[in-house]
Ligand binder design. Sequence first.
Ligand SMILES: Nc1ncnc2c1ncn2[C@@H]1O[C@H](COP(=O)(O)OP(=O)(O)O)[C@@H](O)[C@H]1O
Ligand SMILES: [Mg+2]
Length: 344
Amino acid sequence: MAYGKTAVLRGIDLSMPRGQTLALLGPSGCGKTTLLRLVAGLLSPTSGDIAIDGQMVAGPGLFVPPERRGLGMVFQDYALWPHLSVAGNVSFPLEMAGVGAADRETRVKAALDRVGLGAMALRSPSALSGGQQQRVAIARAIVAEPRIVLFDEPLSNLDRELREIMVAELGALIRGLGLTAIYVTHDQSEALTLADQVAVMEAGRVVQLAAPEALVEHPASAKVAEFLRLGAVLSLTRNGVGWSYGDRALGVTGGPETGTADLLITPRALRIAEAGSAALSGEVMAVNYRDMAYAVTVRLDAAAPAQTVQISSDTRMRLGERIGLEIVSERLRWFPARTQAPVQ
Ligand SMILES: Nc1ncnc2c1ncn2[C@@H]1O[C@H](COP(=O)(O)OP(=O)(O)O)[C@@H](O)[C@H]1O
Ligand SMILES: [Mg+2]
């Protein structure tokens, strides 16, 4: 796909089964919305083709307009019309499709019941909570019984606390309604929570397509691991059969048969130890209480530029405290080195 002469998507080859949720996950500008707009029919691909439910909707010499693709859409700001009631909003796509008044009423009621808003039909959207407004947007997206519902960052305007509640609610709705959904987000935790399959995108390409568990266990590259915030990636140099990080011999073996490598260290691959004897050592920079444990950020010694790692601790550590870290070899993930220059 290109805008003018600028190619923004390349070599995309994706398919998804009915009844599942596919997340498109990647940083801002990587092409997620463009891909969604191609599926929706708001853009026409420069090359390649698209099929929905076995029907070709775009390809050489073929373009099925959005209203004939059987899609529902939910956007970032819900895009509810303030001057219409909840029922008026949900009814709108049916009016556009020329559905008669009696039929509309039945279907609007059914859609509102499905999202648990049957009692709110006559209210104004502005009289509803954020979560309820989102459900109105979903009712509107499903009222015409679409084959696929497209979500474009529907939660990214919300603060973290509300977003976490809404992710859970949205996940329950998508599953409960048996929707086939494509869900665009730049937030890795949203994608991992909601999706059956996650397509990780970088600069217009899909760099990995996998189920959430597989993605976390086997990220395709150090960059994917970092984007998923799985842990710290350290650049290592070979030291005989073992490896060094800066001037520290790490006492770990394995990894590629090369002179340099990148090593992913997740919080679970580290154990707190005595500062003097451990493979790594550093200074406690931050402590956050989260999910019944302390998430501790440690700045490693022997690292320039500064490198931090995260560990989980049952006890509270003091800021500035010096600690040692042992590496649990079987929890490490190795990648080819990204840069030729090793850490000094
Ligand atoms: N209408 C447009 N015209 C030209 N370039 C665009 C247009 N829309 C998006 N782009 C560019 O295409 C790339 C992908 O954008 P987009 O699909 O919106 O990314 P994302 O949704 O992942 O943030 C970006 O570099 C963006 O600047
Ligand atoms: Mg976007």
